[in-house]
Design a protein. Structure first.
Length: 475
């Protein structure tokens, strides 16, 4: 039985100490002054920074080409300007909770870095922190992060997925400019401003849901994206000049009656735009403070609403205000709460759109098996899976991808069932990935994101994971 194997593994791991912690690099490799690591003199490799360090100084590891991974101490609070800039072989780093400052260009040009999670304790973010990290595919900003910094992920050409919490009041200029592969953006309610060029040049971004808190769309904020249609929420009041310039595939836009100001050429070179739907009356449209340099608005089909619909207020399960009656996660969330598998992020919210971490899904799975694991147990399981399944650097706080979710579920709760699948983006090696996907499809846990793709690296949300578990329970 999977459960018995897991219990035995935990006993071996926790009681016999089979997985000793990594040892720190030689102290002579570091120059440390009053807790500040000012310089690194070692050759690189897998570096463990001493526990006494509370701050990484400016340029401390800059251009250290031998550096492949770094373990940061739990007491770290400050990562200085250019601290790891141009460490082109740095592939693994976890920024611990407790860090409050990320300096200018702290990880810029770290070409081998593949994923990053910005912890909730960060309060100050410099410019270009992760700019030109060409191998970066996923980025998660934890709830609590106050904003997305200037050019924070600029020119991360292979970034495909990003999650931004509602605590981030604004997305600064050029934050994701030139992220040509970015296709999956999760924005939470609370974000108010998309600054100029925030998503400029994100040509793979074909769909985007803006939360009902966004008030300002900055100049060229969504210019040169792959959007085909867009619905602006009722919170938007200002659309600045050239906001959607050069969106070659854009065919329709919905503008709410809340808009008070429209800048010049907002749809410049949007050659396929044919329909603009306005949420107010023609008289209200004429009251908008609008630049006269918007010729395209006189050529498209402009649709007015004679009586804007009143917003609905559906009921929510378990008193959660962020789970609507028609939410696709509603039944699963109600089930998970009733079974004690999880609860809300607050007394009134569930956070269905928040990123699900490895710690979350393992906790949910073990509660479903009648256990109630603590943090130490989850960490031990991660180490065991890293060894047993050869999943590199599996940590509790890393975002849980679709492929990780079905793999962990199959290992702990699988019965060997398999469906015939032919997803082109699921790796054949290691074989347990393909087997886990085939099992998940057979049990109705999930299916592909298209007829030929599974999107294994897409980050899962809390709502999606409890839905996977709910489907398995009813399989």
């Amino acid at each position: 039985m999977k459960k018995h194997w897991l219990s035995l593994a935990l006993v071996l791991t926790l009681c016999l100490g089979l997985l000793p912690p990594p040892t720190a690099s030689a102290l002579s490799d570091f120059a440390i002054n009053n807790g500040v690591l000012t310089a690194y003199h070692g050759e690189g490799g897998d570096v463990v920074i001493p526990n006494e360090v509370t701050a990484i100084g400016d340029s401390a590891f800059s251009s250290c080409q031998g550096l492949t991974s770094v373990t940061l101490p739990s007491g770290l609070t400050h990562i200085g300007d250019s601290a790891f800039q141009n460490c082109r072989n740095l592939a693994g780093i976890t920024i611990p909770e407790g860090v409050t400052y990320l300096g200018d260009s702290a990880f810029r040009d770290c070409e081998s870095l593949t994923s990053i999670t910005v912890p909730s304790t960060v309060t100050e973010i410099g410019m270009s922190v992760f700019e030109s990290c060409d191998s970066l595919t996923t980025a998660v900003l934890s709830p609590g992060v106050p904003y997305v910094g200037y050019a924070m992920f600029n020119s991360c050409r292979n970034l495909t997925s990003v999650t931004i919490p509602g605590s981030a009041a604004y997305i600064d200029q050029m934050a994701f400019n030139g992220c040509a592969s970015l296709s999956n953006v999760t924005l939470s309610k609370g974000i108010k401003t998309l600054s100029s060029e925030a998503f400029g040049g994100c040509t793979s971004l074909t769909a985007l849901t803006l939360p009902d808190s966004v008030e300002t769309i900055g100049s060229t904020a969504l210019g040169s994206t792959g959007l085909t249609s867009l619905v602006l929420p009722n919170s938007v009041t200002t659309i600045n000049s050239r906001a959607f310039t050069n969106c070659k595939n854009l065919t329709s836009v919905t503008i709410p009656a809340s808009v008070q100001k429209i800048g010049s050429d907002i749809f410049e070179r949007c050659d396929l735009l044919s329909d603009v739907y306005y949420g107010g009356t023609e008289a209200q449209w004429k009251e908008i403070q609008m630049s006269n340099k918007n010729d395209i608005l006189f050529r498209v089909n402009l649709h007015y609403s004679t009586a804007p619909a009143a917003p609905s207020t559906p009921s929510a399960p378990a008193g959660f205000t962020d789970v609507a009656a028609d939410s696709p996660y509603r039944d699963a969330i109600a089930w998970a709460v009733e079974k004690g598998i999880t609860k809300g992020t607050t007394a009134t919210t569930f956070g269905p759109g928040q990123t699900c971490t490895v710690s979350h899904i393992l906790t949910f799975l073990l509660r479903g098996l009648g256990e109630n694991p603590d943090r130490e147990t989850i960490s031990a399981i991660c180490q065991e899976f890293s060894s047993f399944l050869e999943i590199p650097n599996l940590t509790p706080d890393q975002p849980c991808t679709r492929i990780l979710a079905v793999t962990l579920m199959a290992e702990l709760m699988g019965d060997g069932s398999k469906a015939s699948v032919s997803f082109t983006d699921v790796p054949a090696s290691p074989s347990y990935y393909a087997d886990a996907v085939a099992w998940a499809v057979a049990k109705g846990v999930t299916s592909g994101t298209s007829a030929t793709t599974f999107s294994p690296n897409n980050i899962c949300t809390r709502g999606q994971i409890v839905t996977f578990l709910y489907r398995l329970a009813n399989a």
